[in-house]
Design a protein around this ligand. Structure first.
Ligand code: UDP
Ligand code: MG
Length: 310
């Protein structure tokens, strides 16, 4: 039986060897299984690729793909799954390289999945200890919003860290969209998933690649990829305000007929104009977001470009 661990890496020169050693330690506990690793170098500008190549010289079960530039973690995950599918592995594991996805869970994941009861064994953080409080807060809010809006039940604290059957990996690959929100896609394709729980672990070395701004756009892209509810909200706002303005028009006509027309109400007029202007811009913004995503999808560009692989 052959299992592949797909590991996206962007500027992780200090983590490559540490990760490899941690996995080797676990591999010693697993029997009758060929465990391979593929590193997907996502356009690193430090020595990550050199470190990976160094490891390749010592171990034939290590492979790598190096992108021509940074294409993002989602693209790297896709490349890893594609490799597993082409090379006919039986199962694929997706894992971060910074040891925040504890390799110590791997033997348990493998033991669970080979029973055949589940198609995917995923890891779920039960705490966000060690993460900035504001970041945790917004992350929680985001997941509760996306769960309500999109009707996809992303488990709280679910990570990309998981093992899945090659069949499930191929289903993921069959979703060709460019705006990929993996956490949602995992749920969307269905299959049976079991969650293993663990406590949050601090990154081994280096820094997180996710700035607050990047997380915000990730959140918006995630919502847009999975639901058109924001468009409905914009449309409903429009209808609601038409209705309200209709009532106000009737009120003003009656008031003018009964009491005459003393000129007043300039401030309220300005308030109404500003508010409607705001709502219009908001709605156009939502429309624009969907349009821009559609535009990007129609270009049919590849998700990533490979510069080297082994
Ligand atoms: N990563 C990547 N491309 C990117 C950003 C991140 O391949 O554009 C990799 C990174 O090297 C790591 C994993 O994705 O292996 C998770 O990144 P990070 O630890 O920065 O995210 P966090 O754990 O803070 O959510
Ligand atoms: Mg991390």
């Amino acid at each position: 039986m052959k299992i592949l661990i797909a590991v996206p890496a962007l500027n992780e020169e200090n983590n490559v060897t540490v990760f490899y050693q941690a996995v080797q330690k676990e591999a010693a506990r697993i029997h009758d299984i060929e465990l391979h690793i593929i590193f997907i170098d996502d356009g690193s500008t430090d020595n990550t690729l050199a470190e990976i190549k160094q490891l390749c010289l010592t171990d034939s079960k290590i492979h790598y793909i190096s992108f021509s530039r940074n294409f993002g973690k989602e693209a790297a995950i896709y490349a890893g799954l594609e490799y597993a599918s082409e090379e006919n592995y039986d199962y694929v594991i997706i894992s971060d390289i910074d040891l925040q996805d504890p390799p110590s869970l791997i033997p348990e994941m493998i033991a669970e999945i080979i029973t055949g009861e589940y198609d995917c064994i995923a890891a779920r953080r039960v705490t966000r200890k060690g993460e900035p409080v504001i970041r945790s807060f917004f992350a929680r809010q985001f997941y509760s919003v996306i769960r309500k809006l999109c009707e996809i039940d992303i488990a709280d604290g679910a990570r990309d860290f998981r093992i899945m059957t090659i069949q499930m990996a191929r289903s993921l690959l069959s979703l060709k969209e460019k705006n990929r929100f993996s956490k949602g896609l995992f749920v969307w394709i269905g299959y049976k998933t079991k969650y293993l729980e663990y406590e949050n672990i601090k990154r081994k070395s280096g820094e997180t690649k996710w700035s607050f701004w990047k997380l915000c756009t990730y959140a918006i892209d995630g919502i847009i990829a999975f639901t058109t509810v924001p468009l409905y909200i914009a449309a409903i706002c429009g209808i609601l305000f038409c209705f309200i303005s209709f009532l106000i028009i009737i009120y003003i006509i009656i008031k003018t007929l009964v009491f005459g027309d003393p000129v007043a109400g300039w401030p309220s007029t300005i308030c109404i104009i500003l508010m409607l202007g705001g709502i219009q811009l908001f709605s156009i913004g939502i429309l624009g977001l969907y349009l821009s995503k559609t535009y990007i999808e129609t270009k049919q560009r590849p998700l990533f470009i490979i510069r080297e692989k082994k």
